[in-house]
Design a protein around this ligand. Structure first.
Ligand SMILES: Nc1nc2c(ncn2[C@@H]2O[C@H](COP(=O)(O)OP(=O)(O)OP(=O)(O)O)[C@@H](O)[C@H]2O)c(=O)[nH]1
Ligand SMILES: [Mg+2]
Length: 410
């Protein structure tokens, strides 16, 4: 039991059910164990193993899912004792990601994480196979088994390094795209938050109302980890500054480290944002814990200091329509699904982006004309004109650049 209290353990078990459902598993029974120290062989102790076996026999379950990370030998021992597929939390999340990955990058990231997960578990896999084959336990066989494991290990390591190389290549392409985006001077706003909070719903809502890319909506589903890859769309709200909006993989408590590492390039998308929109499912009783996890994850990624707006979504389930939208400093209560509070959110985004940027009118003398390209590389150009006395530029640029061009200000 990794959680520090009964309450958080309950939440975590509830979430485990959600994860199992996202994996197309129906939950038919549950057992709990409370021990000071875990059992090194079976994690839950032999008495509890018997209890779980009884549940499996009476319900006809095909799999047993554990809420903790199990060691390779624990997975192996439990598989032998329970005679069904045994998954731990990491295995379950990997399974969901494996089912859901669509783009080449997501696919490769999941493959990599799966192989990394499998590597230390090879011994168990092999011994299971040889037992099933009825090879018996003769000593000569043991030698060939070890050799086989060694071969498997080498094959997997080779595959992993090929994947790593492939991912590096994709990362390079992504960097070029990012540079290109930065050069456009259009600010980047990133949707982040706990899985199932409504990030993709909000993106779709904004695409519907404020984008030319209406045909390019993203998938919305009432399940954990519906989105695995990153989508960026251009939003052009009338009367406000346009911006690019990105939607990416959601966060969850105890996201396995291997997955965080594998998905680092996808997750770090938030690092390059001018503004982060943190989407929260306000109707979820655990929304404060979700905010905590999101905050920790952002800080882990190094995105803790980026300006942030918090969107408390699904608020129509909790508050009366007359109370919506509600705003409190950098928090706004909306319903992405019902389209309530969208205008107000856009105004807040605009305000936040403007806090970090300034509109300037400049006149650059012709002997300093190289500055024109420099400005174009980081600012959004609203107008440019080659006049007799210099190059006139009207641009919106980040505050940090403003002082550099002070002497050319009109
Ligand atoms: N009642 C209500 N439901 C909402 C609202 N916004 C989103 N939903 C529902 O919440 C579920 C999850 O929405 P998504 O947009 O897929 O959530 P997400 O944050 O992108 O989730 P992942 O991609 O899985 O991380 C869907 O069933 C949506 O229809 C809302 O404002 N009110
Ligand atoms: Mg989504």
């Amino acid at each position: 039991m990794s959680s520090d209290s009964y309450e958080s353990f309950d939440i975590s078990m509830e979430e485990l059910k959600g994860l199992a459902e996202a994996c197309n598993l129906e939950v038919v029974g549950e057992a709990r164990q409370n021990m000071d120290t875990e059992d090194s062989a079976t994690f839950i102790g032999i008495g509890k193993v018997d209890e779980v076996r009884e549940i499996i026999e009476s319900t006809g379950a095909d799999a047993a899912v554990f809420n903790n990370t199990l060691s390779p030998s624990q997975l192996n021992n439990l598989g032998n004792a329970l005679k069904v597929e045994v998954l731990d939390r990491t295995g379950l999340i990997l399974n969901i990601f494996g089912k859901r990955a669509r783009t080449k990058e997501a696919r490769m990231q999941v493959d990599y994480a799966e192989l990394k997960y499998m590597l230390p578990r090879l011994v168990g896999l092999r011994s299971n196979l040889s037992r099933q084959g009825g090879a018996g336990g003769s000593l000569s066989n043991k030698g060939s088994g070890e050799k086989q494991i060694e071969l498997d290990r080498r094959r997997i390591e080779k595959e992993m390094s090929a994947l790593r190389r492939g991912l590096k290549e994709i990362e390079k392409t992504r960097e070029v795209q990012r540079k290109h985006r930065q050069n456009s001077g259009i600010p980047l706003v990133s949707l982040v938050g706990y899985t199932n909070a409504g990030k993709s719903t909000l993106l779709n809502r904004l695409i519907d109302d404020y984008s030319n890319e209406v045909g390019q909506k993203v998938m919305v589903k009432d399940m954990l980890f519906a989105t695995l890859d990153t989508t960026v769309r251009r939003i052009t709200p009338s009367g406000h500054r346009e911006f690019l909006l990105s939607d990416t993989v959601g966060f969850i408590n105890d996201l396995p480290t291997d997955l965080v590492n594998a998905f680092h390039s996808t997750l770090e998308e938030a690092l390059y944002a001018d503004l982060i929109i943190e989407v929260v499912d306000y109707s979820d009783p655990n929304y404060l814990m979700h905010m905590d996890v999101t905050d920790k994850t952002l800080r882990q990624l190094g995105a803790g200091n980026i300006p942030r707006v918090t969107v408390l979504n699904k608020a129509e389930k909790v508050l009366e329509p007359s109370e919506l939208p509600r705003m409190r400093e950098d928090r706004i209560y909306i319903s992405a699904h019902e389209g309530i509070g969208i205008e107000e959110l856009l105004a807040l985004i605009d305000e936040k982006l403007n806090e970090a940027a300034e509109k300037m009118e400049l006149l650059i003398p012709y002997d300093k004309s190289r500055l024109e390209n420099e400005i174009r590389s980081h600012a959004q150009i609203l107008a440019a004109d080659y006049r007799d006395n210099g190059i006139y530029i009207e641009a919106v640029m980040k505050k940090e650049y403003v002082s550099k061009y002070q002497e050319f200000k009109l």
